[in-house]
Ligand binder design. Structure first.
Ligand SMILES: CC(C)(COP(=O)(O)OP(=O)(O)OC[C@H]1O[C@@H](n2cnc3c(N)ncnc32)[C@H](O)[C@@H]1OP(=O)(O)O)[C@@H](O)C(=O)NCCC(=O)NCCS
Length: 340
C-alpha cells in the first residue's frame, strides 16, 4: 500500500476518490443522514475547520486502486498542539490493517507539525468506534445527534412555543437574514460566536475566538460549499447589542435537510428563553424560504442540558451518539513506510 500526499485544490480525481469511499461507507457508517455533498467534502478536505491547514493523503494498492485516505487538520490559531483526524477506508478493504497504517502515518505527520493529540469523533455502534478503541483512543465527551421533523403538528405548536418564550424576552427584538451577516451586527455576532466556547468541550480543546476576519472567513467557506444559510438574532432593544443567534444551513442538492449550525446566547443575556425564541423564529423563516425542508439535524454534547431542553421542546428526537476521542501522537509509533 502506497500512501501519497495530494493537493485537493488541484487534484480533483484523488479528491473524488476520497469522497467516493466515504459515500460508499455511508450505509454502514452513518445510515441516518444523507452523505456529505462533494462540494462540502471538498471544503472540509481543503480548508478544514476555521483557522486550520489540512494535509490530505491517499493510500492505493499496487494496482493503483484507492484503499483508504486521511485528512489531517492542523489548527493554526487555537489548538496548536492538537490535530483533527479523519480516516476513511473503502468498505471492501476494511479489517486488513489499512486503518492502522493510515493512523500511524497520520501520527507521524502530526508529530512533525508539533502536535501532541489527535482528536476525532466516531458514531457509536459503527466500525470507527471499535477502531478508535482498539488503537488506544481515550474516550471523551459524548455528542448526541437529534433530528427535528417539520411536521404539521410542529407547525401547529409554533404559537404556543413562542408564547412560552416571549414573556421572558421583553426588551429584545429579532433580526433575521440569509447569507452574509448585516454589517452593523458583525461585532456583536463575533462576541456571541465566541460565547459558544461556554458549551461543554474537552479540556484539551480550545474553543474559537471570533473577530470580523474570522467571521468573514466562515462566510467564504459557506459560499465555497454552495450552502444557503439563514440566521436569526435576538438584539437588545435599548443598546442594540446581539444577545443570541441561531443559524441553519441547507445544501441545494439536499433541500429536504437542514443542518443546525451555531445557537448561542451571550452570557449576560442568558435566562430569557432567547434560545427558544430565535429557534422558533428560524422555523418560521425556513417555512417561507425553504419550502422543501423536512428535517433539521443538530448535535449537542450530552451535558449541554439547557440546549437539549430547548431542542426537546421543539420535538427533536435522538438519532445517534458520537464519541469524541483523543489519541496521544507519541503513542502511535509511525510505521517505517510513514516517512514519505
Ligand atoms: C474505522 C476504519 C478507518 C477502520 O479501517 P480498517 O482498515 O478496517 O481498520 P483496521 O483493519 O486497521 O482495524 C484495526 C482494528 O480496529 C478494530 N476494528 C476495526 N473495524 C472494526 C469493526 N467493524 N468491528 C470491530 N472492530 C473493528 C479491530 O480491533 C481491528 O483489528 P483486527 O482486525 O486485528 O481485529 C474504517 O472502518 C472506516 O473507514 N470507517 C468509517 C470512517 C471512520 O469511522 N473513521 C475513523 C474515525 S476518523
Amino acid at each position: 500500500m502506497q500512501i501519497e500526499q495530494f493537493d485537493p485544490r488541484t487534484d480533483d480525481i484523488r479528491l473524488r476518490a476520497c469522497h467516493a469511499m466515504t459515500v460508499a461507507g455511508q450505509p454502514e457508517d452513518d445510515p441516518g443522514v444523507p452523505p456529505l455533498p462533494l462540494a462540502d467534502f471538498r471544503v472540509f478536505w481543503t480548508l478544514g475547520e476555521s483557522g486550520s491547514l489540512v494535509q490530505t493523503w491517499l493510500a492505493c494498492d499496487d494496482a493503483g486502486e484507492p484503499v483508504g485516505a486521511y485528512a489531517l487538520a492542523l489548527p493554526q490559531i487555537e489548538n496548536r498542539v492538537n490535530a483533527f483526524a479523519e480516516i476513511i477506508v473503502a468498505p471492501s478493504r476494511r479489517r486488513r490493517g489499512a486503518g492502522r497504517r493510515l493512523l500511524a502515518h497520520m501520527a507521524g505527520q502530526a508529530a512533525r507539525s508539533g502536535r501532541q493529540l489527535l482528536m476525532s469523533s466516531t458514531r457509536v455502534g459503527a466500525a470507527g468506534t471499535a477502531f478508535a478503541r482498539a488503537t488506544g483512543g481515550r474516550e471523551g465527551l459524548l455528542d448526541v445527534r437529534r433530528r427535528q421533523d417539520l411536521t404539521e403538528e410542529l407547525r401547529g405548536r409554533i404559537p404556543a412555543l413562542r408564547a412560552a418564550a416571549q414573556p421572558h424576552a421583553s426588551g429584545y427584538g429579532l433580526r433575521s437574514w440569509d447569507g452574509r451577516a448585516p454589517a452593523d451586527l458583525v461585532d456583536g455576532l463575533c462576541a456571541v460566536y465566541t460565547a459558544l466556547g461556554d458549551a461543554p468541550h474537552e479540556e484539551a480543546f480550545e474553543p474559537a475566538t471570533f473577530d470580523a476576519a474570522r467571521l468573514y472567513e466562515e462566510e467564504e467557506r459557506l459560499v465555497a460549499r454552495g450552502t444557503r444559510w439563514y440566521s436569526v438574532a435576538a438584539v437588545g432593544q435599548a443598546r442594540g447589542e446581539v444577545a443570541a443567534v441561531t443559524q441553519v444551513n441547507v445544501h441545494p442538492s439536499q433541500p429536504e435537510w437542514g443542518w443546525q449550525a451555531i445557537t448561542a446566547v451571550a452570557r449576560q443575556h442568558r435566562g430569557h428563553r432567547l434560545g427558544l425564541l430565535v429557534k422558533v423564529a428560524m422555523l418560521e423563516l425556513l417555512a417561507e424560504r425553504e419550502p422543501d425542508l423536512r428535517h433539521i439535524v443538530t448535535w449537542n454534547a450530552e451535558q449541554n442540558e439547557r440546549m437539549v431542553a430547548v431542542n426537546e421542546q421543539l420535538g427533536y428526537q435522538v438519532t445517534g451518539y458520537f464519541q469524541f476521542w483523543e489519541h496521544e501522537v507519541a503513542a502511535l509509533a509511525p510505521s517505517p513506510s510513514a516517512a514519505c
